[in-house]
Design a protein around this ligand. Structure first.
Ligand SMILES: Cc1ncc(COP(=O)(O)O)c(C=O)c1O
Length: 439
């Protein structure tokens, strides 16, 4: 990599990944030493940390994060350092900062940092995972008709490349009547002796429906009890619209892999994401892109095998990244931790309930997202009688309310109240929706 080897440089500067990771919970988290702007005081002051236009009511903020102050400042700090001395700053920060990010992600997720791979997006994680999970002859992938383009396409590409069989099932008949039991039973019926991988999406961006992931994991674990290790069902979840919304810990969720971008509800730097894998399951993931982990690279330079490194290290794709963004990701996790995970969930639920209750009371609205928070999270989908979803979103935008149209074959109006919104904004939005009429 340079005249001076990475290890030489790191030894001299006293930085090694394992030392940093073994140091445990980040000292700032332990001591509760939030910087003043990180400490949560009120929803108004939280909103003030986002440079989002104050003229607009942002109800599509999950689409791509706006960076809050601590994330923005960390990005600026790393960018300035890299611009001033790219190689020097990189050598000084790469291992230390990656370890800090992994530790912050692990603290937030209730996981071990060694079980997390860093990616640039949900899509990158899904592509690498579904492209690389090993299947033996006769083993199949089971997925659903409700998944996002990125899951469907990653599985299609895998099938085209390797001949892998992909079965697709619907988990429910109609949104009006969907229940947790129906979803869990549909999954149970869809699993065959050939099923090796189950690929689902926790919160559907097409409808706002939230799957009961823990119950589904329990069904799968029950079936696995009578299977050999090599036939065990591997449960994979696109969790991008749950991360930063739902209050969960990886140690309790029950899936094998969770894939998510951290640049949506988490407010992490744009172009960041992660894959968490259960330590028992990681070994069946085969990497595609060479990792640039210092450990792997150093072993390569010494003509030694790196196969004993954790699979999460191999599954963190290498090549250089936009490091100013990647190294600022810890700030997003700390930002959420300062609010508190349960408070985050409660706030998002409250605003979503307010919106849904207002919508169901309007005769010209058809609400598609279930009312129950058991079956929904932060996304609300609906139709306005006589108007296309595009026309509704355009009219709302004209009234300074930012929504989106679901990017699927079936299109709905989609609004997503989040931490940056207020109850007053939801009221204003409902007032504007009540006035919408086809012209
Ligand atoms: C359910 C779901 N999965 C994956 C993605 C893609 O996420 P990313 O932009 O992080 O790749 C999206 C939306 O963009 C989504 O709604």
């Amino acid at each position: 990599m340079s005249g001076m080897g990475r290890r030489d440089f790191l030894v001299r500067t006293g930085l090694t990944l394992s030392a940093a990771l073994l140091a445990g919970t980040s000292p700032r988290v332990l001591a509760g030493q939030s910087s003043p702007q990180r400490a949560f005081t009120s929803w108004d002051s939280l909103r003030a940390q986002f440079p989002l236009s104050p003229r607009l009511i942002h109800l599509a903020a999950f689409f791509l994060a706006s960076h809050p102050t601590p994330v923005r400042e960390a990005i600026e700090r790393h960018r300035d350092g890299l611009d001033a001395d790219p190689i020097g700053y990189w050598f000084e920060h790469e291992e230390k900062q990656e370890a800090t990010v992994l530790r912050a992600a692990a603290d937030y997720l209730g996981a071990n940092p060694m079980d997390i791979a860093l990616t640039d997006s949900t899509t990158m994680g899904l592509g690498l995972l579904y492209g690389g999970l090993q299947l033996r002859s006769g083993q199949e992938i089971l997925t659903t008709t409700h998944d996002h383009y990125s899951t469907e396409t990653a599985l299609r590409l895998r099938a085209e490349r390797t001949g892998a069989m992909v079965q697709q099932i619907a988990l429910y008949r109609a949104l009006k009547t969907v229940s947790r039991d129906e979803i869990v039973e549909s999954l149970r019926k869809g699993i065959s002796p050939a099923t090796r991988i189950v690929a689902v999406t926790w919160v559907h961006s097409s409808t706002g429906l939230k799957l009961p992931i823990h119950e589904m994991a329990m069904v799968i674990q029950g079936i696995n009890r009578s299977r050999d290790e090599q036939d065990r069902i591997i449960f994979c979840v696109d969790g991008v619209h749950a991360l930063g919304v739902e209050d969960f810990r990886m140690s309790e969720l029950g899936c094998d892999f969770l894939v998510a971008g951290t640049h949506k509800w988490m407010f992490g730097p744009r172009g960041t994401g992660l894959v968490w894998g259960h330590p028992k399951t990681w070994p069946i993931a085969q990497p595609t892109i060479p990792t640039f982990s210092s450990q792997a690279y150093d072993l390569w330079m010494e003509n030694k095998s790196s196969k004993d490194l954790p699979q999460s290290v191999h599954m963190t794709p290498g090549g250089f990244h936009s490091f100013e963004h990647r190294w600022a990701l810890d700030e997003a996790f700390l930002f959420h931790q300062a609010i508190g995970k349960s408070k985050v969930t409660l706030r998002i639920y409250e605003l979503n309930q307010q919106l849904k209750q207002g919508l169901v009371s309007m005769p010209h609205i058809t609400l598609h997202t279930p009312m129950s928070q058991d079956l929904s999270a932060g996304i609300v989908c609906f139709d306005v009688a006589g108007m296309t979803p595009r026309a509704v979103v355009d009219k709302l935008r004209y009234r300074s309310i930012v929504g989106s149209v679901t990017p699927y074959a079936t299109k709905y109006v989609r609004l997503a109240p989040s931490l940056i919104n207020s109850s007053k904004e939801i009221e204003t939005t409902l007032e504007e929706i009540s006035k919408l009429r086809s012209s």
